[in-house]
Write a protein of this length. Structure first.
Length: 279
């Protein structure tokens, strides 16, 4: 069997930046073991598998599942962005695509007039943690001023963007917090961002994402976690539209719009590769 594979860099306009995701589109779902083997072979943060709905009356265009090299992931933003770009390229008359995932439910991705893609997800505001896990404090090289969590990750909040670039993690300790991952975040600062080669104006907040238990030591750009980061910073900064930068080695830019029920996450994509898988 031959399968078409696309790799797309998400949340960037620059080749070799952002977060690369692989996309496989089939008429019917692939075997779960095969999907995991393909994702492990690809060795990217995620591989997204799209298939057509079994019932023509369903309110979505494609079912989507995401696999890291280690396991299936409940929710992945950058691979959804990459998936939409592959479909929009194949079907240039489309303006909106509707996906379905078991945990997220039905969500839409819209193509904007400037070529960027905007995803609509549930608002997943984190809540403060009463007792901070010791593994979180010992697993990070600096102590946060606040810790929150949602069903995806612990949110370790720091005072300065410069700290986000400096912090190191102990992956073995952070992995012990599974199934939750760890995101570190701070308000944006122009000087710290210029050091990270982030051009143009400042951003509202910065972050990095550690997930050694579920994928790799650090994810380059994590769309899903911004469904929690954006509501948190919207409340802190009294804003509903925010610019974000994920300060990994590859780096990525996101624009977020927050409503009480939804978080809209917008980003650019750069196609990298189209090939064939032989299985």
């Amino acid at each position: 069997m031959k399968l078409t594979l696309d790799i797309v860099n998400a949340f960037t306009r620059t080749q070799f930046k952002g977060n690369p995701a692989a996309v496989v589109v089939t008429d019917t779902p692939l075997d779960e073991t095969l999907m995991q083997n393909i994702a492990s072979q690809n060795n990217l943060s995620e591989t997204a598998f799209l298939s057509l709905p079994s019932n023509a009356d369903t309110p979505f265009d494609y079912q989507i599942r995401w696999f890291s090299p280690v396991c299936e992931i409940n929710f992945c933003g950058h691979a959804s962005l990459a998936s939409a770009s592959v479909i929009f390229t194949a079907k240039p008359d489309l303006q909106t695509i509707t996906f379905f995932a078991d945990v997220v439910g039905v969500f839409q991705i819209e193509r904007l007039s400037d070529g960027r893609l905007e995803m609509m997800f549930p608002n997943r505001m984190p809540e403060p943690v009463a007792v901070i896990p010791e593994a979180l404090l010992t697993g990070l090289s600096q102590k946060p001023v606040e810790v929150l969590k949602n069903d995806q990750a612990y949110f370790a909040v720091f005072e300065h963007a410069s700290q986000i670039h400096q912090i190191t993690q102990n992956p073995n300790i952070i992995a012990s917090l599974a199934p939750l991952d760890v995101v570190i975040t701070a308000p944006g600062e122009a000087n710290a961002l210029s050091e990270a080669n982030v051009s143009e104006d400042s951003v509202d907040f910065v972050s990095r994402y550690f997930w050694p238990a579920n994928g790799s030591d650090e994810d380059p750009v994590t769309g899903s976690i911004h469904t929690g980061l954006a509501p948190y910073w919207a409340r802190r900064l009294n804003k509903t539209t925010l610019k974000a930068y994920q300060a990994s080695a590859r780096g990525g830019r996101l624009e977020c719009r927050v409503t009480p029920e939804k978080v809209y996450i917008c980003g650019a994509v750069v196609p990298y590769l189209t090939g064939t898988i032989n299985v």
